[in-house]
Design a protein around this ligand. Structure first.
Ligand SMILES: NC(=O)c1ccc[n+]([C@@H]2O[C@H](COP(=O)([O-])OP(=O)(O)OC[C@H]3O[C@@H](n4cnc5c(N)ncnc54)[C@H](OP(=O)(O)O)[C@@H]3O)[C@@H](O)[C@H]2O)c1
Length: 474
């Protein structure tokens, strides 16, 4: 930024959970930051509670004084809910801005909105950055993973601040400019989709341990703790161990046992699935996870189903803890692979030229899906990768082959015991489909041509072909 004397290097609007944490992170890294908030009383409260960091905070009670307190050209982070609230905030801000000032959307915004705003604001002479921030409140405060999209020249002035506040993986900042317009928010959306899948896979393991093997939450938690020492090492496995080991102070029961089995969702998982389908892809493991949350919401139907749809499953062999660990690792790889397939398709469609290895690298610390796998994934993208597919990269093909027997046993055993494993089942179906050089879509094509004259390709001649669908005389 230019030298503007005593002015703040950057501004932030929206002192909610994420905005407060991000502002403190920026102040903690030695940058002076101006802050303001819709509910004005929050500003004084925030600066009062900031302790020593208050010296780097400029609390402002209105937009005019907020904008006036910033170095020019200005850079302003908006950390308010995505959608109309965000558009309203931009409109409220614009009259106070000058051409060349930059608005940074650090929320979970749909990348279509980011593309629209990027074009509209550029036409008015403003700069716009769509910036995905992952890691929850803790990440925002002490180092998130940051996925930046927008014109690179808009990012350059704020790059030192973003690199300073990002999580570090062995000293490497987990932040990168990934591409123009909506690239950053799209990568963040797919990140969240993978997060949904990983959380669902872990929850399905919990279901097998609890309902199939009679394990208590504490026993299951100890298993996740152990797994976190090995190939499954990851933030989500780590917090699962801790969550399962936690006890409700009121009842003395395991926390997880007193929580209603009904999950909410904010939209990014669903967006991932919608975009995947729009791009001609199928993120089936992520879709299974999104669907499982929707099914969880109809608790009353499930309670009725437990009474009405009574069946006695045949039963199957119980799976070992080793099988569960290997299956979880294989399915996790397949979920990541589907996520990267969507990124590849979007990168081609929107001409983003995403660097997949770099995407994997900036997910290695600070974000919710950080795991030991990501270092290997980035190495795979930098190496030999047939068809650009992670599942075909030698190191991952080897791991999937090794884990596939356990994955199959987990899915088969759960099915025979009547336990739902939608994400595991979807992962296995994807794996088996990608191993099938000749599938069964020949018949689908036949049906399509039969009823709708849609045409088909032949295995032995080029061009488009049709029936006739005359029956052979018997
Ligand atoms: N929480 C997470 O773990 C997480 C992680 C990554 C990304 N995100 C994203 O970060 C963004 C902020 O999330 P959050 O969890 O910090 O939300 P939050 O705690 O609910 O805070 C929302 C902030 O936006 C302000 N706000 C709400 N409606 C507004 C409006 N119509 N006009 C102006 N300001 C308005 C609020 O001001 P008041 O004080 O006046 O209500 C508050 O400062 C969202 O896009 C979210 O999806 C969240």
């Amino acid at each position: 930024m230019s030298d503007n004397g005593d002015k703040a290097a950057i501004g932030l609007i929206g002192l909610g959970t994420m905005g407060s944490a991000l502002a403190l992170n920026i102040a903690d890294n030695g940058y002076k930051i101006a802050v303001t908030n819709r509910t004005v009383s929050r500003v004084a409260e925030f600066t009062r509670d900031a302790g020593d960091l208050a010296k780097n905070l400029v609390g402002c009670d209105d937009i005019a004084s907020f904008v006036a307190s910033l170095e020019t050209p200005r850079a302003i982070i908006l950390m308010v809910p995505a959608g109309q609230a965000f558009d309203d905030q931009i409109e409220a801000l614009k009259p106070f801005l000058d051409q060349g000032d930059t608005i940074i959307d650090a929320g979970n915004t749909n990348f279509h909105d980011t593309r629209r705003r990027d074009a509209a604001l550029a036409a008015e002479g403003f700069r716009f950055i769509g910036m995905g921030v992952s890691g929850g409140e803790e990440g925002a405060r002490f180092g998130p993973s940051i996925m930046v999209g927008g014109p690179v020249e808009s990012f350059t002035p704020i790059e030192p601040i973003i690199m300073a506040i990002a999580a570090k993986y062995q000293g490497d900042p987990c932040a990168a400019h990934l591409g123009p317009d909506g690239a950053g928010h799209f990568v963040k959306t797919v990140h969240n989709g993978i997060e949904y899948a990983d959380m669902q896979l872990i929850a399905e393991v919990w279901g097998i341990l609890r309902d199939g093997q009679g394990k208590s939450a504490a026993e299951a938690g100890a298993l996740f703790d152990r797994w976190n020492e090995g190939d499954l090492k990851s933030y989500l496995v780590e917090i699962t161990g801790k969550a399962l080991g936690s006890v409700d102070a009121e009842t003395g029961k395991a926390m997880v046992d007193i929580i209603l089995d009904r999950a909410g969702q904010k939209g990014t998982g669903r967006w991932t699935v919608i975009e995947a389908l729009g791009l001609g892809q199928s993120a089936s493991t992520i879709e299974a996870a999104v669907g499982a949350r929707s099914w969880s919401a109809v608790k009353d139907v499930r309670e009725a189903g437990a009474e009405i749809l009574k069946v006695t499953p045949e039963g199957g062999a119980s799976v070992s803890e080793e099988d569960l660990a290997e299956a979880l690792l294989a399915a996790r790889i397949l979920a990541y692979a589907q996520g990267f397939d969507i990124l590849t398709a979007a990168s081609e469609t929107y001409k983003w030229d995403l660097d997949m290895a770099r995407v994997a690298e900036i997910w290695r610390a600070g974000c919710i899906i950080r795991s030991a796998l990501l270092d290997d994934i980035s190495a795979a993208f930098r190496g030999d990768m047939p068809k650009g597919r992670l599942i075909l990269a030698p190191a991952f093909a080897k791991r999937l082959i090794a884990g596939s027997a356990a994955l199959r046993r987990v899915v088969a055993s759960a099915a025979m015991n009547g336990q739902p494993t939608p994400a595991f089942s979807a992962a296995l179906a994807y794996f088996d489909t990608m191993r099938q050089a000749r599938g069964t879509t020949d018949l689908v094509q036949a049906q399509r041509d039969f009823f709708g004259a849609h045409g088909f390709e032949r295995v032995d001649q080029p061009g488009a072909h049709h029936g006739p669908w005359a029956m052979n005389p018997k």
